[in-house]
Design a protein around this ligand. Sequence first.
Ligand SMILES: Nc1nc2c(ncn2[C@@H]2O[C@H](COP(=O)(O)OP(=O)(O)O)[C@@H](O)[C@H]2O)c(=O)[nH]1
Ligand SMILES: [Mg+2]
Length: 158
Amino acid sequence: MEQPIQLVDVTPGGKLRLNGPALQQLRNVGRPACVIGIIGKYRDGKSYLLNRIFACKPGEGFDLGHSVKGETKGIWLWYRLVDDAYVVLLDCEGTGDVDRRDSELDVKLAILVTLLTSYLIVNLKGALDETTLSQLQYEIFIVRAADGIGLLRNSRKI
Ligand SMILES: Nc1nc2c(ncn2[C@@H]2O[C@H](COP(=O)(O)OP(=O)(O)O)[C@@H](O)[C@H]2O)c(=O)[nH]1
Ligand SMILES: [Mg+2]
């Protein structure tokens, strides 16, 4: 896949919307596949870090934010065949974006990424604080609940 594509968009009404062409791209992912997702605060280098995983040149890969606003909106997808396995990257809009007032939406996006990934990167600058920790505990609770009702039957358990 040459460039990342948006997998999940956020409607003006605040609903999550799947992007059909991106789903089609996902169907092209062969096996074995490793899905790496990232969550964390906006403008803290999530997209930058994912680009480093694919050793991107400047201007390639996930868009980076160069202002106070977060550049990534919703969830973005990118994959490549690395040796004999597909590596799928999921980049998530960060929490606390100045453009976004709805913190519930931040949590929904983070949970969706967590549910879809085999490896989750929690990107933090500095120490793990109480707010971040309790948010993570809440997200893990939801993911375990989804596991309990069988949504994650074929994927890794956390
Ligand atoms: N040099 C350098 N720049 C970084 C690093 N992490 C983030 N940046 C820069 O910080 C800005 C925000 O990064 P971005 O990945 O868009 O943040 P995101 O909102 O968490 O995805 C961009 O201009 C990046 O180039 C890093 O480790 N080194
Ligand atoms: Mg980003």
